[in-house]
Design a protein around this ligand. Structure first.
Ligand code: HEC
Length: 152
């Protein structure tokens, strides 16, 4: 409880960023995905994407990095919804039977690995947050393989 919208909004409106944040539907705590979503996404990413894009999202061969400056240059001005739609319709290239929720979780993991903060609201297909507004492209220092990842 105690979602302190007013204070945060006032700061963003005054700073001129209010429009971006409102359009992006960032929640009061600034997150557009939940930690649980990102954690589920990490597992799905490792199973479905890491073989080409590498476990640390660093890219490999002709599969580009999904974190860092190059990724932000390509995707920063686009929205989480555009990224979700792209990934859901084109990745992995050979197709998959993953559900939209699984793809949303993977996008949440990608945002987290680009410095995005988890919050109280899950990412949805219509979140539409500008990626520049919710991610930096910098991987969080300790986020690599954080939770007790049972070795398969
Ligand atoms: C078989 C290898 C392979 C797998 C598996 C794969 N990708 Fe890709 N991915 C590629 C290649 C190659 C490209 C670059 C060509 C293209 O865009 O189609 C790419 C491009 C992308 C891009 C665009 C990157 C940019 O800078 O524009 C994203 C985002 C992406 N992949 C995400 C994913 C996600 C998420 C998964 C898992 C659901 C995944 N990929 C699985 C090979 C793969």
């Amino acid at each position: 409880m105690g979602i302190n919208l007013t204070g945060g909004l006032a700061v963003f409106l005054v700073s001129g960023l209010g429009g971006i944040w409102l359009a992006g539907q960032a929640t009061a705590d600034g997150g557009v995905f939940t930690a649980a979503q990102a954690e589920a996404g990490r597992k799905a990413y490792q199973a479905q994407c890491a073989s080409c894009h590498a476990g640390d999202l660093g890219g490999r061969d002709d599969a580009p990095a999904l974190t860092g400056d190059a990724f932000m240059a390509t995707w920063g001005a686009r929205t989480t919804t555009e990224l979700f739609d792209f990934v859901r319709t084109t990745m992995p290239p050979e197709g998959s039977s993953m559900t939209p929720d699984e793809y949303l979780a993977i996008v949440a993991h990608m945002l987290g690995q680009n410095g995005g903060k988890a919050g109280s609201s899950p990412l949805t297909a219509t979140t539409g947050a500008t990626i520049n507004a919710v991610a930096t492209g910098k991987r969080p220092p300790s986020a690599l393989d954080v939770p007790m990842m049972a070795r398969r």
